[in-house]
Each structure stands twice: as structure tokens, then as C-alpha cells.
Design a protein around this ligand. Structure first.
Ligand code: ADP
Ligand code: GLC
Length: 472
């Protein structure tokens, strides 16, 4: 099978979160399973672009509304990621350093999608499957079905994976001419509450919808930022497939970001030396349990609760632990997390920003990873933490519910709580401290974590089943 993934992110080319990790891994595993996997993404100006060699494979032009634009597709020459990687450039729109958060994101991603479809129409053959991810690429299933110019692509089966339904790419109807001349009778496929809603259009137009965990699929019918009825209506063609993790990139035995490597046999010593290094760097005490948070500082992750939960834990649980936070996001949360550093010096520290290397060192050096998320479609952090022998402390939601069992339950290995509240987080921290002080129990749990298998193998087969079901 030949599968073309279209995405805004792909690790290590450009990553803002888990979407990048997934699109950097799934195609690699599909290729290892004997299929032709391709990824096309925007050509942002990232380090990866400048450090690698590229061939120009196509040049074309298309319209965004009344604006004529040129685009270029380049391909990485050595196949170093384990799949065919294509970058698509549009001067003036995609030639930027960051992935998101520009005022013209609608124009950027709409023209990217038009160019992808236009490029595809020039191929001598068709891929077997087009697999798009989230709202930035969700207009593609609509375009190939209903844009007159691209009718030759209409028979290619499309799959859309929902990594995050909070963001839907809304645009006003006065931008409807951005989409290449389309069948006006199909306006209902684009519309949701009097706006063009690309995510809704993708869910309606794609042949199959997948979500990144089973629980998230279920939750979307109750709460999905306005699309609940649509998820209910389309449940027949929807399926939940839990993400895997790239166990080659995320391996404490070989991780190039770590100076002290370890395996399950050297777990205690390996964790200890990584913890000492990180505690030294951040002025923390390695004899106390270390709780870390790594992630986007946004409401979905309940990052706004961290300052109070950390303060309360340190105050009420007698400073029996340390905290370290790495993240970036909402300015007021960043400010609070930064301000707390002087007050709780020696017990708490934070690093505001995005730092891939430090994140790996934190997964390795921490005892506990906090994920109090209000919404968590899958969550990769908890799986990385388990692979590194770090106990996940999670709210029971979405993919966290599907991957972590509380250690109080039979076969359990994590700490779970029900509410995204300061009280629940603080109580979970207390349980962690007590567990840590019961050294034998703690060590057993850490071993159990490292034995778990969250690799992509199972999920890759599930995606293959979905693709196959569309080809027969
Ligand atoms: P989401 O995609 O919603 O942000 P995930 O748990 O799926 O959440 O994936 C987050 C990914 O981004 C993980 O690889 C995590 O390590 C990484 N990450 C998030 N914030 C940072 C940061 N500030 N520095 C380094 N890595 C980060
Ligand atoms: C999204 C979700 C996260 C998920 C990731 C990869 O960013 O917020 O939970 O793990 O996509 O699918």
C-alpha cells in the first residue's frame, strides 16, 4: 500500500506537540511493515531544513481566492527518517520559523492544502490512501471530493485523524472563495454554525475518522467544542486507535540526550544519577521525590492549576518533595510559574520555553510526572515517562484513562484522580510522596512501568486494518 500523510507537524522536522511525534513515527512503522509511506508538510524554516539535502520534485501554481501563488515541493534525498519526506514551500506564507500562531494562519494552511491537492493531481499514479491530521489538513478530503478541478482524485480513500478537536480552523463564509471552485450544493459539508469549519468538513468528507484513543472518541460525543452532534452522527465511520511511542527515539538505554543510560536492570542507579544531574542544575534536593510537569501551559493541560497545586503541596505536605516545570503557553501562567521560583527556592524550579533535550532529561531524572489535563486526546508524555521508569500522575480522561491504571487497583502502576482541581492534584502528590517513601513498593512499580509496551506495533496494525477496509 502507498499511504500519503499530510500534516502541519512531523518530528524531527518541526514539532509543537504530540502531533509531530505521531507523524514522525507512524509512517516509519508503516514503512517497516513493508508499505510505502510518504509525508508532506509545509516547508517552515527550521534547522532540519538547512541541515539536510533536498531535490526539487515539483513546481506548480494555484489560486487562493483571487491570488495566484507559486509553490515548490522538495524531497529529502537520503530517506533518513525511514519514509519519503516532502516539504512544500509557498513564498510569503510558509517561509517562517514557527509552525502556528500567525495572523494569516487561515491563508497559510488553506493554500498549503490547495497546493498539496494540486501537486497530487500532477502525479502519474494515485496513492492508495490519503491520511490527514487535524484541522490544518482537514479540507483535503472535501477538496478532492467536491472541487471540480480535482475530480480525478475523488476516488482516493481518505482518513482523518483527530488529535485535538478543540481547534477547528473556523473561517468566515466570505472566505469561501479560497477553496478552489467547488460544487455549491455541498455548502452544508463545510458549514457549522454559520462558519466554514474545516474540521467538521473533514469529518464529514473523509471515508474514515480516527481519534487517538478510545476514551477520547467516546468523550467527543459529550464535549467537543460544539461538534458533539457531528461525532454522534458519524460514529459509524469512527474508530479510536491509541497512539504508540517511538521506542527507538525514546529509550533510556540509548537516548542521545542523556549522559547516564539505563535499562530495567540498572534502573535504580540510572534514575538516581539522572536525578542528581537535574537536581543539581535546578537547585533541588535529590533525596526528595521529584515531581515534574512537561507540556503546553494551557487550559487543556490544566496548567493554570499548577501554581496553586504546587504551592499547596509544598505548604501542606511539609516540603517533602521537589517540583520542576518545563513548558510554554499562556503568559499569565508562565509569569506565575516564574514568580514562584524565588519563594520556593530549593523546592521548586521552572524553565519557561520549549526544550527537547531538557524534556528527555526530565523524563529520565523525575520520580513522578504530573498530567492533570482537563482534555487529553491521547497524551504521549505519560507513555514516555513510563518507558523511563517515572510514575505517571494523571487525571482520568481521554488517553490517560486508557493508558494508566492506579496502583491501588489490581495490576495498577500509576496514580489517578478524577477532577482537574487543586485539591485532587495535591492529594495525588501526597499519595506519590507516601509511595516514594515505601522504597520497595516504589521500586516494584518502576520496574512494572519499564516492562510495559507502548510501541507503535499494535497501533500500526490497527491503522493498516482501517486502510485495508477502505480498499476492498
Ligand atoms: P500535546 O500534543 O497536546 O501537547 P502530547 O502529550 O501528545 O501533548 O505531546 C507533547 C509532546 O511535546 C511530548 O513529546 C512532550 O515531551 C513535548 N513537549 C511539550 N512541551 C514541551 C516543552 N516545553 N519542551 C520540550 N518538549 C515539550
Ligand atoms: C494532541 C493531543 C494529545 C495527543 C497528540 C498526539 O496534541 O492534545 O493528547 O497525544 O495530539 O496525537
Amino acid at each position: 500500500m502507498e499511504i500519503l500523510h499530510v500534516s502541519a507537524e512531523c518530528y524531527p522536522v518541526a514539532k509543537a506537540g504530540g502531533l509531530g511525534d505521531v507523524v514522525g513515527a507512524l509512517p516509519k512503522y508503516l514503512a517497516e511493515a513493508g508499505h510505502i509511506a510518504k509525508v508532506v508538510m509545509p516547508m517552515y524554516r527550521t534547522k532540519f531544513l538547512y541541515e539536510n539535502k533536498w531535490d526539487v520534485v515539483h513546481k506548480g501554481s494555484a489560486y487562493l481566492g483571487n491570488t495566484w501563488f507559486d509553490y515548490t515541493v522538495i524531497k529529502e534525498t537520503t530517506n533518513k527518517l525511514g519514509f519519503d519526506l516532502y516539504l512544500l514551500d509557498i513564498n510569503g506564507l510558509l517561509d517562517r520559523e514557527k509552525i502556528y500562531s500567525y495572523p494569516d494562519d487561515v491563508e497559510r494552511f488553506t493554500s498549503f492544502q490547495i497546493a498539496v491537492v494540486d501537486w497530487l493531481s500532477s502525479w502519474q499514479h494515485h496513492p492508495d490512501i490519503i491520511h490527514v491530521h487535524d484541522h490544518h489538513t482537514a479540507l483535503i478530503p472535501f477538496m478532492i471530493k467536491y472541487c471540480y478541478q480535482y475530480q480525478m482524485l475523488a476516488d482516493i480513500p481518505t482518513v482523518i485523524t483527530i488529535h485535538n478537536a478543540q481547534y477547528q480552523g473556523w473561517m468566515d463564509w466570505d472566505r469561501s472563495d479560497y477553496i478552489p471552485h467547488w460544487d455549491g450544493w455541498r455548502w452544508g459539508m463545510l458549514d457549522w454554525n454559520n462558519n466554514i469549519n474545516p474540521l467538521a468538513a473533514g469529518i464529514r468528507s473523509a471515508w474514515k475518522v480516527t481519534t487517538v484513543s478510545w476514551s477520547y472518541l467516546h468523550e467527543l460525543r459529550q464535549e467537543s467544542n460544539g461538534l458533539e452532534a457531528l461525532f454522534e452522527y458519524e460514529k459509524g465511520k469512527s474508530v479510536g486507535i491509541l497512539n504508540g511511542i517511538d521506542t527507538k527515539v525514546w529509550d533510556p538505554a540509548t537516548d542521545s540526550y542523556l549522559t547516564d543510560h539505563y535499562t530495567i536492570d540498572t534502573l535504580a542507579a540510572g534514575k538516581r544519577s539522572n536525578k542528581e544531574a537535574i537536581c543539581k542544575e535546578f537547585g533541588l534536593n535529590p533525596d526528595k521525590p521529584l515531581f515534574v510537569f512537561i507540556g503546553r501551559l494551557v487550559g487543556e493541560k490544566a496548567a493554570d492549576l499548577l501554581p496553586a497545586a504546587i504551592g499547596d503541596s509544598l505548604y501542606y505536605i511539609d516540603q517533602r518533595m521537589n517540583f520542576l516545570v518545563l513548558g510554554s503557553g499562556e503568559a499569565h501562567v508562565e509569569q506565575q510559574l516564574d514568580d514562584m521560583r524565588s519563594y520556593w527556592m530549593g523546592y521548586y524550579n521552572s524553565k519557561i520555553g520549549y526544550n527537547e533535550k531538557l524534556s528527555h532529561q526530565m523524563y529520565a531524572g523525575a520520580d513522578f510526572l504530573l498530567m492533570p489535563s482537563r482534555v487529553e486526546p491521547c497524551g504521549l508524555n505519560q507513555m514516555y515517562s513510563m518507558r523511563y521508569g517515572t510514575v505517571p500522575v494523571v487525571r482520568r480522561t481521554g488517553g490517560l484513562r486508557d493508558t494508566v491504571i492506579d496502583f491501588g487497583e489490581p495490576g495498577g502502576y500509576g496514580i489517578c484522580f478524577n477532577n482537574a482541581s487543586v485539591g485532587d492534584i495535591t492529594h495525588a502528590v501526597y499519595r506519590g510522596v507516601e509511595l516514594y517513601e515505601d522504597q520497595m513498593h516504589f521500586d516494584n512499580i518502576r520496574r512494572q512501568l519499564m516492562e510495559k509496551d507502548f510501541s507503535w506495533d499494535t497501533s500500526t496494525n490497527q491503522y493498516l486494518d482501517v486502510y485495508k477496509s477502505l480498499l476492498t
